[in-house]
Design a protein around this ligand. Structure first.
Ligand code: PAZ
Length: 338
């Protein structure tokens, strides 16, 4: 696999990407459901957040047997979605198929399988009476109550993607639908999106054969989607992107660069191994200065940290969302100030 610079022939502008790569077959249906959901939220006066969550795949064949994937389980997105709902937002939860989802995430098959806390009543001769073990009852009741309330109010809408192509088409379409909300929309882009992809035109139709020995694949660069998102698709939405790094020295500079390059509202930097207890918020100090002319002092940087040793059940997403809600409200108020 090789990487290339943005100006090389291997990079796709967003325009070229959408002109050459086909949309997912369910896109139109998905978009019309999103439109209905957004219309309902506008009528009910709710702010709407789009949460993207989980990793995208990059298929290597048209009849796909093999694909590139990444580590993301969707914990950040699913957890944050719950806190946004609690804060009164309507949530469009756009997630990788089979990754974690709000509410059911508490009972993930790998970390907390639900069969482990169900009991069959031994006194019931028919064997039909199932109960929840005492230790699990309080939490289950809590989760279930909120889950039912959310479904009753219709404040959660779920969308599914698998490939990076699904993700890009869906993000473009959903962000255009959200533009009618103006500043009442928030974008929380926590999905781990591949930087590289194999254009359809270069894919092998059938399963790649192993007969020729080693495999060499040259991938193209996925277009920098934040640029059209900020400049064209949704001009007024409050946009929060995430930056993941594994080298701690790169976290601050790369987060600043992302903010300067795209001119949105917040970049949240997180280190792969420390992401559950600390994140860095980077935002512009002044919106009046040209973005490409900003210096380190022109950014406001705030760390959010939690102490998991003191409170192991605390979730950093609670504090991330609380901070964003404050900033989003200020952003909405700012537009109303003459
Ligand atoms: O899904 P998860 O909770 O395991 O991980 C969350 C995350 C690290 C993918 C997210 O916080 C993030 O940084 N997303 C953007 C990744 C990127 O730089 O593309």
């Amino acid at each position: 696999m090789s990487s290339s610079s943005e100006s090389s022939s291997n990079s796709f502008s967003a325009e070229k990407y959408f002109a050459t790569q086909p949309p997912p077959s369910t896109l139109e249906q998905d978009v019309s459901r999103v439109r209905e959901f957004v219309d309902r939220q506008v009528a009910e006066g709710r702010k709407v957040v789009l949460v993207t969550s989980g990793g995208t795949t990059v298929p290597l064949e048209l009849n796909v047997v093999r694909f590139l994937d990444n580590f993301s389980a969707g914990t950040r997105g699913a957890t944050s979605a719950e806190y946004f709902l609690k804060a009164g937002y309507a949530v469009i939860f756009m997630h990788r198929q089979f990754s974690l989802q709000p509410f059911s995430r508490h009972y993930s098959h790998s970390t907390h399988p639900f069969l482990d806390f169900l009991d069959i009543d031994p006194t019931d001769t028919d064997g039909h009476k199932i109960s929840v073990t005492r230790a699990e009852q309080a939490q289950l009741l809590n989760v279930l109550t909120t889950y039912k309330e959310v479904h009753q109010t219709g404040a959660l809408h779920t969308l599914t993607f698998v490939t990076v192509n699904d993700y890009l088409w869906m993000l473009r379409a959903v962000s255009k639908e959200l533009s009618i909300l103006g500043r009442n929309s928030l974008f929380y882009l926590a999905a781990a999106v591949s930087d590289f992809f194999l254009p359809r035109q270069k894919m092998s139709e059938h399963k790649i054969q192993s007969g020729k020995g080693s495999l060499h694949i040259e991938m193209d660069q996925v277009p920098k989607i934040l640029k059209p998102l900020v400049n064209e698709w949704t001009r007024e939405g409050f946009i929060v992107s995430f930056k993941l790094e594994t080298d701690p020295d790169l976290l601050t500079p790369k987060s600043r660069t992302a903010l300067s390059r795209y001119g949105h509202q917040v970049v949240i930097g997180n280190d792969l191994h420390r992401r559950k207890f600390e994140v860095l918020f980077v935002s512009p100090a002044s919106s009046s200065k040209p973005l490409d002319d900003q210096r380190p002092g022109d950014f406001v940087e705030t760390w959010i940290r939690i102490d998991l040793a003191k409170d192991p059940s605390k979730e950093i997403e609670e504090d991330i969302v609380a901070e964003l809600v404050k900033r989003h409200d200020a952003w909405i108020r700012e537009a109303k100030t003459p």
